[in-house]
Design a protein around this ligand. Structure first.
Ligand code: ZN
Length: 166
């Protein structure tokens, strides 16, 4: 199994990896070094020092705070959404497109879903305004908790010590 350099993983994250390497990387099982290279590349992209445990989106992370080792959901800008086991969306700014007028900002007239059946919920960082997620549920559906990683199982698989509060 091939392993990849940190430079290759960095090019992957930035979208600069050559096609042959990208194709080979996608086709092969993931090597265990990939995690540490990937996290190191992500860590260089943020201005804070809390340790990134996992990316949850392009600008959203599960991080371990330096102060007391708690595991929090955290925006690239540093804003903290609280304990990673809780749904971070409940601490985001939420914009709901629940009318024809609001849907027409993103769809041409008569092309939007009927908001009696489907609405859009957009989740924004209260500090920097980055849009972290969009849901398209029925209007009555609860705010969706995307996923809760099993960190112990994941770090077992990596053969690395799990975060103390995992
Ligand atoms: Zn932010």
């Amino acid at each position: 199994m091939s392993t990849y350099t940190k430079k290759q993983v960095s090019d992957l994250v930035k979208g600069d990896l050559d096609w042959d390497t990208l194709h080979r990387m996608l086709s092969m099982p993931k090597d265990k070094e990939r995690y540490s290279h990937y996290i190191a590349v992500l860590q260089e992209q943020v201005s804070w020092d809390d340790r990134i445990i996992l990316p949850l989106g392009p600008h959203l992370y599960l991080a371990e705070t330096q102060a007391d080792k708690t595991l929090v959901t955290k925006c690239e800008c540093g804003y903290e959404y609280g304990d990673y086991r809780k749904n971070w969306k409940l601490n985001a700014l939420i914009h709901v497109r629940d009318s024809e007028e609001k849907m027409q900002e993103v769809y041409p007239k008569l092309m939007a879903p009927d908001t009696g059946w489907q609405v859009y919920r957009e989740y924004y960082c209260p500090s920097c305004g980055t849009m972290h997620d969009v849901e398209a549920p029925t209007p009555w559906y609860p705010v969706i908790h995307d996923f809760q990683p099993d960190l112990k199982a994941f770090f077992d698989w990596l053969d690395l010590p799990a975060p103390v509060n995992a």
